[in-house]
Design a binder for this molecule. Structure first.
Ligand SMILES: Nc1nc2c(ncn2[C@@H]2O[C@H](COP(=O)(O)OP(=O)(O)OP(=O)(O)O)[C@@H](O)[C@H]2O)c(=O)[nH]1
Length: 617
């Protein structure tokens, strides 16, 4: 049968027996978005000529970076053996920073397509996502992708997959999202293997919120999966956690453009709009019910996402502070994982301390602030959250090195992670060496096949969150993959290193590091600043110190800068111009004590190139 013959319009509010809710889970770059796009095409939801590459990734940054951040749900019609079905595909992000978004999407599905690149095999996030899917009791359909690649080894990796989840290697589907080979078979298999949703159509309505997105024109758009009962337009709904009630202005499905419907019944996935402007009023994990006939019990929710990495964000131009505040408020409407509070820095002025899920989340947030709100920002060196117990037993949580207590400290605890690394076995030595230098403790090791090994380490988050992944990649010629999750905390020998300019502490440059690494940080930072700060009219010592102990020192020699030296004629207007220009330049200087530091020096000293490289991966 030609694919055209299988198109049919989106069915209206639906008998649960014909619904299949699924998501695609994969390691980053294994081709999830490409396959999703191909499915949209094969089911006729998006016509070929309207196809923008990666339809589901709506944000520009996502498209540019080729990564998926926010989950979206799309409904697709499909016919099998003469019967019509409605497939709801829920897109999930693949990057380790966004695991919490994956688990939300999984809870809305009955099945998952486990997609593996046929030239790469199983990777760390394949495993992490598979375990999440198994915890949610989803039916798993193993699929090898990119079989069009000359380097593909479908037989070998089908065996690896079958070993991992059980079953026959011959049952592993082989597809190419790029050419479309096997995609229709996959759609058939989704209909056959994934169970239809079950729920009580006559019970009071219960729908689970798995995503909430702020849209400039429509306000908050909430994505729900109906478990019991039915939601209809114009009725009043209630959010079970807050008891807030709203009128349902619109309810519908994305296919892929939002299409209003007469209601959503058992097992259906769609969106609703109530006119609220704040995503926090439509909290992910909350249960929506009917105000007139409310459900007695809410559905199990999700744990809130916990920020892992903190950084100070400051506008380069202090006058932009209110713009930054409003922009953060708007971003938070759309990103429940983002947390922030105002802070001030002697060096950088007014700004915010912002909590992120990881470095990629930080980079994306910063890029959105700069691009969508036209802001120029400085972000301070990212750090993790420490717990400090003082000798008087008081416990202080430190998310900013400048808050590090000065009193007598009994112990400092740092967050730990359980990391899983997958790599060809020839790299085991190099990986273990790297993990040891990062204060890791080996947890175990398993061979997935003869030449591929899974290595588990417990590591301090602070040691892996910045450049670990880049170093790992370079030590394994790009073959290793990494996944990690939070794993408690440990007591560690940590110190705060301060940077002093002419004896004045510059708060933005303070850092909390392990004692053994403090010296290296001091040398690096003082060296960087010596390069970046222009000479002044007096000598400027730059020092790194732990408490009152100096551990590194550089100095900038004195110079007298005479801007008029070049104008020996008597042209007074030219002289005035030069003096004006110098005044302009001064505005962009920050005074640290008596030392003038150009804004750019802060930006350059604080910019970490590693993090940018990492975000691109
Ligand atoms: N040859 C070949 N390349 C493919 C195929 N599917 C995807 N690719 C390429 O693989 C790369 C990654 O594909 P994406 O679809 O962006 O991967 P993804 O898993 O969605 O990535 P994230 O959204 O970041 O998790 C892109 O360069 C695609 O063009 C395929 O079937 N064959």
């Amino acid at each position: 049968m030609s694919p055209m013959a299988r198109f049919s319009p989106v069915p209206a509010a639906t008998d649960p027996a014909i619904i299949r809710n699924f998501c695609i889970i994969a390691h980053i770059d294994h081709g999830k978005s490409t396959l999703a796009d191909r499915m949209l095409q094969s089911t006729g939801v998006v016509e070929h000529r309207n196809m923008k590459a990666q339809y589901l990734d709506r944000m520009d940054i996502e498209r540019e970076r080729g990564i998926t951040i926010k989950s979206q749900a799309v409904r697709m019609p499909w016919e099998l053996d003469g019967a019509s079905y409605a497939l709801n595909m829920i897109d999930t992000p693949g990057h380790v920073d966004f695991t919490y978004e994956v688990s939300r999407s999984l809870a809305a599905c009955e099945g998952a397509v486990l997609l593996v690149d046929a030239a790469q095999g199983i990777e760390a996030q394949t495993l992490a996502n598979l375990y999440l899917a198994m915890e949610n009791d989803l039916t798993i359909i193993p699929v090898l992708n990119k079989i069009d690649l000359p380097a593909a080894q479908p037989e070998k990796y089908a065996e690896e997959l079958a070993n991992l989840i059980g079953g026959d290697p011959a049952d592993v589907l082989k597809v190419s999202g790029k050419t479309g080979v096997g995609v229709e078979d996959l759609l058939d298999k989704i209909v056959r293997d994934i169970p239809a949703p079950v729920g009580d159509p006559d019970a009071p309505a219960r729908a689970m919120i798995f995503d909430s997105v702020y849209d400039t024109y429509r306000g908050v758009v909430t994505y729900v999966r109906v478990v019991d009962g039915k939601l209809s337009p114009r009725e009043r709904i209630q959010m079970m956690s807050t008891r807030a009630s709203h009128e349902l202005l619109e309810i519908g499905v994305s296919s892929p453009e939002p299409t209003p419907s007469k209601g959503l019944g058992v097992g259906e996935v769609g969106y609703l709009i109530t006119g609220v402007k704040d995503v926090r009023l439509s909290k992910v994990g909350d249960t929506v019910t009917n105000l007139a006939k409310p459900a007695a019990e809410s559905l199990p929710g999700y744990a809130d996402a916990k920020p892992m990495v903190f950084s100070g964000l400051y506008p380069i131009d202090g006058a932009d502070y209110p713009v930054l505040r409003d922009a953060l408020e708007k971003l938070m409407l759309n990103d429940a994982a983002l947390v922030y509070e105002p802070e001030t820095s002697a060096a950088l002025g007014f700004g915010f301390r912002v909590g992120f899920l990881g470095l990629l989340h930080l980079e994306i947030t910063r890029e959105r602030l700069e691009r969508e709100y036209n802001l120029d920002l400085i972000s301070t060196a990212p750090n993790v959250e420490y717990e400090v117990t003082l000798e008087d037993k008081k416990v202080v949580t430190v998310t900013n090195p400048s808050e590090y207590p000065t009193g007598k400290i009994a112990e400092v605890r740092e967050p730990m992670v359980a990391a899983t690394i997958l790599a060809p076995s020839e790299f085991v030595g190099a990986i273990m060496e790297l993990c040891q230098t990062r204060r890791g403790v080996l947890g175990g090791m398993d061979y997935l096949s003869e030449d591929r090994v899974e290595i588990r380490y417990r590591l301090p988050l602070a040691e892996i969150v910045f450049d670990f992944f880049d170093v790992l990649k370079s030590k394994t010629r790009g073959y290793a993959s990494l996944d990690w999750k939070a794993d408690g905390e440990q007591v560690a020998d940590l110190v705060k290193v301060d940077i002093l300019l002419q004896g004045e502490q510059v708060d933005a440059f303070s850092s909390i590091t392990h004692k053994d690494k403090a010296y290296a940080y001091g040398v690096m930072m003082t060296g960087k600043l010596r390069e970046l700060i222009p000479r002044q009219q007096f000598e400027v010592p730059i020092q790194a110190a732990i408490g009152s102990r100096i551990i590194a020192r550089e100095s900038i020699r004195a110079i007298r800068k005479d801007v008029l030296a070049k104008c020996y004629g008597g042209d007074i207007s030219r002289k005035r111009k030069l003096l004006e220009k110098q005044k302009e330049g001064k505005k962009r200087m920050k005074m640290v004590g008596r030392v003038e530091v150009p804004q750019e020096a802060f930006v350059a000293a604080l910019s970490s190139d590693e993090s940018k490289d990492k975000a691109k991966k």
